[in-house]
Design a binder for this molecule. Structure first.
Ligand SMILES: [Zn+2]
Length: 222
């Protein structure tokens, strides 16, 4: 499942479809705007005004008609549909949706590949709750924290940066699905594109996390 068919979701979906992933549920409530075209690489000039998930499905199936693209043109608040997914890609741009996706992934024990990009800065994280002691998104960014929303639509983003992070989300998703290598779980990649600086920092489970804390505490006790 890919939530968000924007700057991150477009390249992620393109690589996963080209890889022949099987089925992608693509969720987005927006229509294509002219200002999207600089980074949302599934869309063309003639896509402006179209429903994003419909334009995306056509573009993706032109690459690989054998991949089933389930287009969900809705602003979801309930992500119980992640129960049917093997891996979830958070390609959204607001904290409320990110937290709703995280809650569903924790509840259903699904691996979450989370990407974010704004201006020249980006982050990439994997939360694999199938692993004992794994963190969740809320361990890092508590739900009750006062955060300043910054969205690409208002703040701008360096377009190739969304391509880099979206492609990396597809890469981590394929690794998780194929069981290849070491996933990014437990670490966060921070990319400062302006200074071409990559850093990787450890991400720890918070026993007091309001989303995953108590369940893991019980697991540890057992
Ligand atoms: Zn947590």
């Amino acid at each position: 499942m890919i939530v968000g068919a924007g700057g991150l979701g477009c390249p992620a979906a393109l690589y996963l479809t080209a890889a022949g992933i099987g089925r992608i549920t693509l969720v987005d409530s927006d229509k294509v705007d002219l200002t999207n075209l600089q980074r949302q690489i599934l869309y063309r000039s003639e896509s402006v005004g179209q429903v994003k998930v419909d334009a995306a499905r056509a573009a993706l199936n032109a690459v690989n008609p054998d991949v089933a693209i389930v287009a969900v043109h809705e602003r979801l608040e309930d992500f119980s549909a992640v129960a049917g997914a093997d891996v979830v890609l958070d390609c959204t741009d607001n904290f409320a949706t990110r937290h709703a996706i995280n809650r569903a992934c924790v509840k259903h024990g699904k691996p979450l590949v989370s990407g974010a990009a704004i201006r020249f800065d980006a982050q990439l994280m994997v939360f694999d709750r199938r692993k004992p002691g794994a963190a969740c998104y809320a361990c890092l960014f508590p739900e009750d924290a006062q955060v300043e929303e910054a969205q690409c639509s208002t703040m701008g983003v360096f377009a190739p940066l969304t391509g880099v992070i979206g492609a990396m989300q597809a890469m981590e998703a394929l690794k998780l699905l194929a069981g290849v290598g070491e996933s990014l779980d437990g670490r966060m990649v921070i990319f400062d594109a302006k200074n071409a600086d990559w850093r990787t920092v450890r991400v720890k489970h918070d026993p007091a996390c309001s989303v995953c804390g108590s369940r893991t505490a019980r697991g540890c006790a057992a």
